[in-house]
Design a protein around this ligand. Sequence first.
Ligand code: ZN
Length: 181
Amino acid sequence: MALLDDILVHNAYFVAERQRPITRAPAKKIVLFTCMDTRLVEFLEPAMGLRRGDAKIIKNAGTTVIDPYGGVIRSLVVAVYGLGCEEIYVVGHLDCGMGQLDDRKLERSMLERGVRHETIAKLAPSLGEWLGTFRDAHGNVKRVVNLLRDNPLIPRDVPVHGLMFDPVSGGLELLERGYAS
Ligand SMILES: [Zn+2]
């Protein structure tokens, strides 16, 4: 098939996608929590079979939860109680930048750019912990899954799954199956 035909076939699919009813509530009733890594954009979603309108997606640096009442939990609370999400997927990935981040170097850079020592000192308990850096990406996903399962704001009947994504091959490894056995 010539390139022009490829484009026309793709466009027919694209237009058909537009005709799916899109509402604010996610069609698959799931919320995905993952990393802001650029390699995951338009790659993790198709790897999981998720299309526009299917899922709520929360992203941050490293798929980490530091504050049990912070921004990630706030978004999960809205997704679950406000938008009907019935499952939570925590998806970390291999070669995550937060696993290699040098927080001392980052601190030096902050100071050079005018951030005050006292301001950094207020980030409890330490800059590294506040940033959510980790050495073990798998361990981080398991830690976050357990934190969500134990969080008093998340209902016990919502399965929390943990997965590890390969940003090169697109493969998913199951780490924690959230369904009650
Ligand atoms: Zn990452």
